[in-house]
Design a protein around this ligand. Sequence first.
Ligand code: MN
Length: 231
Amino acid sequence: MTQQKTLFPLHAPILVPISGTEDKYPVSRIFCVGRNYEAHAKEMGVAVDREAPFYFTKAADTYVPSGSTVQYPPGTSNYHYEMELVLAIGRDAFQVEEAEALEYVYGYACGLDMTRRDLQLAAREQRRPWDLGKDFEQSAVMSEIVPVSQCGHLSTGAIELRVNGQTKQSSDLSLLIHAVPALIAHLSGYYHLKAGDLIYTGTPEGVGPVVSGDHIQGSISGLGDIELKVA
Ligand code: MN
């Protein structure tokens, strides 16, 4: 067999720590749900669509582990946090019924959907895609993944975020408009979801800016914590 040569070295796989084991979770795709808490949709000045969720994506290599220090990103002067529950798909899921959807979840994590809000809103205004505002380097922050075998399924519980010790976001997972089973059922109607796919489920109200030197700490009851420093 001839050895395959690549023009440059293969990209390193994106590996997320898993609670309680040395095994890693290799990331394939990152889907993010928009406006999935009513009070957040309201603060963004947009009506909630209860009929169907909508999504945007981030490249897998935007992943940053919790505990990191990130540089303030280029091209923005309104860099925001969004505290979110993340679910990790554990096996192939295509056209899954809501009643069976939880069987496809491997585990859960705390996530920060970091956002260049000024660029996102400018794109929204012009009816353009959100990529510059959402899909940028170091924008998908995540804690270790906790397997369902350890944390069970999460449908209620406090979701909170503090900046420099001051509470900015405080809500409850029960207020998700489209809960985890509904998201998997809906998204799997459009994609062949597979192990390695992550879904950021959306942020509650209280989003806001951070600046250099800020320390972000988030938590989800029954799951764990996440933190990020801005250099
Ligand atoms: Mn978000």
